[in-house]
Design a protein around this ligand. Structure first.
Ligand code: UTP
Length: 286
C-alpha cells in the first residue's frame, strides 16, 4: 500500500452562498475566531502526515497564496517591536510543500480535482474541502489515515446527521460495519426524505486512489451542469475497496452562514482566552 503523502484543496469555487462577503475575498479566507478556514484544513493535513499540499485555485483567490507566504515586512516589524511570531508560525510553507494549480472555470468539484491530476500522479491522495471545518482530536484526516493504513483503498469521511436532514447531502449505502469503519455499497446524492439508506452523510474529506482521475477525465457533467466528484467515486465502488470512516468529532459547514456562525461560537467557547467572556455575554443575552 502506498503511503498517503499528497492532498488536494479545491478552492476555486465562487462562494455565492456567502455574498457579499466573498465578492472580493475567497470564502476559504473567512475566519473562525482568529484563523482562516483554509488554515484549519492545512493544520489538519499536517497533523495527518501530508507532505505536499496542492491548491486548486481560481481568479480572485490570491489572498490564499499571500496568507501562506513569508511576510518579511510584518515579521521584521513584529520582531523589532519584541512581539512573538507564534501566531503566524503555521502560515509558512516549507519550500516545495505547496503547489498551486489554476482551475480556469469553476465547473464543479470533480473538475477541480482533475485539474491536479499531473501533480497527484500515480499516488493515493487526500481531498480537503476547506469550507467544512472538522473539529476533533485527533483531527479528522488523522483518524482517516489510521483507518487507511489498515484497509487501504478509498475512504470517505462519514458523519452522522439526524434522519430529517439526510435529504440535503450525499449519503452512503452501508455494507459490513466494523467499529467506525463502514463498507460503502453505493453513494446516494440527496435522497428524497424518508428514503435515505443510512444517516451517514459525506462531509468534505476523502482519501482516493489515483484511478479516480482517469474516470474524471472522460466524465460528462452531472447535477447542476457540473462535473461531480460523487459520480466518479460511485464508479470505483466494486472494483476497489471503498469504506466510510465515521468521524469522531464535530463538523461545521462554514460555506453556509448558519454553520459558519455556529462554528465561531463553538470554537470561541472552547478557547480558554476568550471562552469565558463569550459565555458571559451569551448567558446575559439569552
Ligand atoms: P461548493 O459546493 O461549496 O461551491 O464547493 P462554492 O462555489 O464554493 O460555493 P457556493 O455554493 O457558490 O456558495 C465545495 C468545494 O469545492 C470547491 C469549492 O471551492 C469548495 O471548496 N470548488 C467547487 C472548486 O474548487 N471548483 C468548482 O468548480 C466548484
Amino acid at each position: 500500500m502506498k503511503k498517503l503523502r499528497k492532498a488536494v484543496f479545491p478552492v476555486g469555487g465562487l462562494g455565492t452562498r456567502f455574498l457579499p462577503a466573498t465578492k472580493a475575498m475567497p470564502k476559504e479566507m473567512l475566519t473562525v475566531v482568529d484563523k482562516p478556514l483554509i488554515q484549519y484544513a492545512v493544520d489538519e493535513a499536517r497533523e495527518a502526515g501530508i507532505e505536499q499540499m496542492i491548491f486548486v485555485t481560481g481568479r480572485g483567490k490570491s489572498a490564499i497564496e499571500d496568507h501562506f507566504d513569508i511576510s518579511y515586512e510584518l515579521e521584521t516589524t513584529m520582531t523589532d517591536r519584541g512581539k512573538s511570531l507564534d501566531a503566524i508560525s503555521g502560515t509558512r510553507f516549507r519550500p516545495g510543500e505547496v503547489i498551486y494549480v489554476r482551475q480556469q472555470e469553476p465547473i464543479g468539484l470533480g473538475h477541480a480535482i482533475w485539474c491536479a491530476r499531473h501533480i497527484v500522479g500515480d499516488e493515493p491522495f487526500a481531498i480537503f474541502l476547506p469550507d467544512e471545518l472538522m473539529a476533533g482530536s485527533p483531527g479528522c484526516m488523522k483518524q482517516m489515515v489510521d483507518a487507511y493504513e489498515k484497509v487501504g483503498g478509498n475512504i470517505v469521511c462519514g458523519y452522522e446527521v439526524p434522519e430529517s436532514e439526510t435529504h440535503k447531502y450525499g449519503v452512503i449505502t452501508p455494507g459490513r460495519i466494523d467499529g467506525r469503519l463502514v463498507e460503502v455499497k453505493a453513494l446516494v446524492e440527496k435522497p428524497p426524505q424518508g428514503t435515505a439508506p443510512s444517516n451517514l452523510m459525506i462531509p468534505g474529506r476523502y482519501i482516493l486512489q489515483p484511478e479516480v482521475m482517469r474516470i474524471l477525465e472522460g466524465q460528462a457533467r452531472g447535477a447542476g451542469n457540473e462535473i461531480q466528484l460523487t459520480d466518479a467515486m460511485s464508479q470505483m465502488i466494486g472494483s476497489q475497496p471503498f469504506h466510510a470512516y465515521a468521524f469522531d468529532g464535530r463538523r461545521f459547514d462554514c460555506g453556509d452562514k448558519a454553520g459558519f456562525i455556529t462554528a465561531n461560537i463553538a470554537l470561541a467557547l472552547d478557547r480558554p482566552d476568550i471562552g469565558p467572556e463569550v459565555r458571559r455575554w451569551m448567558d446575559a443575552n439569552q
